[in-house]
Each structure stands twice: as C-alpha cells, then as structure tokens.
Design a protein around this ligand. Structure first.
Ligand SMILES: CC(C)=CC(=O)SCCNC(=O)CCNC(=O)[C@H](O)C(C)(C)COP(=O)(O)OP(=O)(O)OC[C@H]1O[C@@H](n2cnc3c(N)ncnc32)[C@H](O)[C@@H]1OP(=O)(O)O
Length: 257
C-alpha cells in the first residue's frame, strides 16, 4: 500500500509511520488522518509487526491540525462530519504504539502523540496546546488526555495560555517517558521498540489493555481486570516459556501462543 502524506515501512517487527508533509510542518489534514489510521490498522493486522512507531522529522512531529483546511468550515460542517472522530481508530490499535517526537508537537500534534502508548522525545521537542490562540480549543483529546497525563493545573496552564513547553518540562510533568539527544531519537526509539518486539505479544497487549483500563474504570474494577488478565496469562505457552527460561538462566523464546 502506498501513501502520499506518510511513509510506512516495517522491519524486524517494528512498523514505522513517518508523517511526511515537511512544507506544512506535518500539519494533520484529512488525508494524513485517513492514511495514518489506515496504515496503523494495517500494521495491527500484520503478523510480522509487533510494535508501531509514529514519528515526524527533526523540525516537527506535527504542528497541529491543518489550520488552512479548517479555517472556513462552518459549525454544521464540522458537527455533521464529526470532525476529528476518525482519530479514535488509532486508539483502537491493539499493538503498542510509541510516538518519537522531535521539534513541534502542537495542538493536534501533541494530541496525536498522546494517543500513542508512550512518548520518547528529542531534547528539541516542543509541546503545546495553542488552539486558544486560534479562537478554539483542543479537539483531538487534549483537554482529556493531557489532563490525565500531567494533571489539572498544568493542563489548564497549557490549554489556557497556549504556551509551549520543552522536552525537559514535558518529562518532568509526566507527558513524556524519556528524553534523548535529537540525533539519537530514532535509534533510541527503535531500541525500545525492538525490546518490546521480543516480548510475548499476548503479554504486551495485556499490559496495554490493563494500563488503559486505569483511565476508564474505578480502582477496584481496574484491579480485577488486571488480575483476570494476569490469570489468563497462565493459559499461555508464553507464560510457561518465560518462567522456565528464567529458571534455566536463558533468554525466553516467545511464540505468542
Ligand atoms: C483546532 C484543533 C482542535 C487542533 C489544532 O491542532 S489547531 C493548530 C494548532 N497549532 C498551531 O496553532 C501551530 C501553528 N503553527 C505555528 O504557530 C508556527 O508554524 C510554528 C511556531 C509551529 C513554527 O513557526 P515557523 O516560523 O518556524 O514556521 P512557519 O513559517 O509558521 O510554518 C511553515 C509552514 O507550515 C505551515 N503550518 C505550520 N503549522 C500549520 C498548521 N497547524 N496548519 C497548517 N499549516 C501550518 C505554515 O503556514 C507555513 O506554510 P506557508 O509558508 O505555506 O504558509
């Protein structure tokens, strides 16, 4: 499958999606939405792919939803088309997704990064929700995911002032999992992805579902979900292999069974 606004390639169990609209700082238009979500779904269905990486270029992960595409839309148009609802497709991908962010991750770009399971940021990364400067507000999850990630005070600060934060503040705030030198971003992200790709896919999907459940359920429901998912692991060959390999002091060879 070939795409115009993204590059999709896979090797060694890692599917990489690179947003490719450099002239517009990777602004997320409808075509990017359609292509990125379709490509992510294709990787999700591809047995050769075990982890997905979403990235941009050194100047921008994505400088937001495409302002020029939206500017003249009416309320009826965006409401009836349920503008941005299509991004929910990405959050239904079951395999782990890592966002590798360098440069600007603003508005929809920051929101896209937060749809990933975790973010690895270059020291050049700049995050923000500047929609307020355009007379609107976040619309791809910023008011919800940012608040859950960094708490009310900081989310209010970013969404109300529109200020940008650097990678270090983003890591301190809990938005970003790790910060790495810009020229090592892709190598470090691939290293993290390769490590995850070695694990049992049954276990990685279990982890993803359980951690995400923490945002959707009460503590007691979440703990029960975690425990039942943990119990289910004992029905897999991968649990036997993982625990035997430990006792036999060797690397486990998981078979996703
Ligand atoms: C509304 C919702 C729900 C979500 C959103 O995401 S709204 C968008 C939020 N993002 C922003 O408001 C950021 C907009 N961009 C900027 O403020 C600046 O581009 C910058 C600070 C990120 C970088 O400034 P710089 O001077 O380095 O680069 P520019 O000359 O401004 O940009 C280069 C080129 O890219 C086009 N561009 C940048 N961002 C967008 C965008 N979000 N949508 C559409 N186009 C964008 C910019 O117009 C310029 O292209 P032209 O030279 O052809 O005008």
């Amino acid at each position: 499958m070939s795409y115009e606004t993204i590059l999709a390639e896979s090797s060694e169990g890692i599917g990489t999606l690179t947003i490719n609209r450099p002239g517009a700082l990777n602004a997320l238009n409808s075509q990017v939405l359609a292509e990125l979500t379709s490509a992510a779904e294709a990787f999700d269905a591809d047995p050769e792919v075990r982890v997905i990486v979403i990235t941009g270029n050194e100047k921008a992960f994505a400088a937001g939803a495409d302002i020029k595409e939206m500017a003249e839309k009416s309320y009826a148009e965006v409401y009836l088309a349920d503008w941005f609802a299509g991004w929910d497709r990405l959050t239904r991908v079951r395999k782990p997704i890592i966002a590798a962010v360098a440069g600007y991750a603003l508005g929809g770009g920051c929101e896209l990064a937060m749809m990933a399971d975790f973010i690895i940021a270059a020291d050049t990364a700049k995050f923000g929700q500047p929609e307020i400067n355009l007379g609107v507000m976040p619309g791809m999850g910023g008011s919800q995911r940012l608040t859950r990630a960094i708490g009310k005070a900081k989310a209010m600060d970013l969404c109300l002032t529109g200020r940008f934060i650097g990678a270090e503040e983003a890591e301190r705030s809990g938005l970003v999992a790790r910060v790495v030198p810009a020229d090592e971003l892709l190598a470090e992200t691939r290293k993290a992805a390769a490590g995850i790709a070695q694990k049992s896919l049954l276990a990685t999907i279990g982890v993803k579902e359980a951690v995400n459940a923490a945002f959707e359920t009460t503590l007691s429901q979440g703990l029960l979900f975690e425990r039942r998912t943990f119990h289910a692991a004992f029905g897999t060959q991968d649990q036997k292999e993982g625990m035997r390999a430990f006792s036999e002091k060797r690397e486990a060879k998981f078979t996703d069974s």
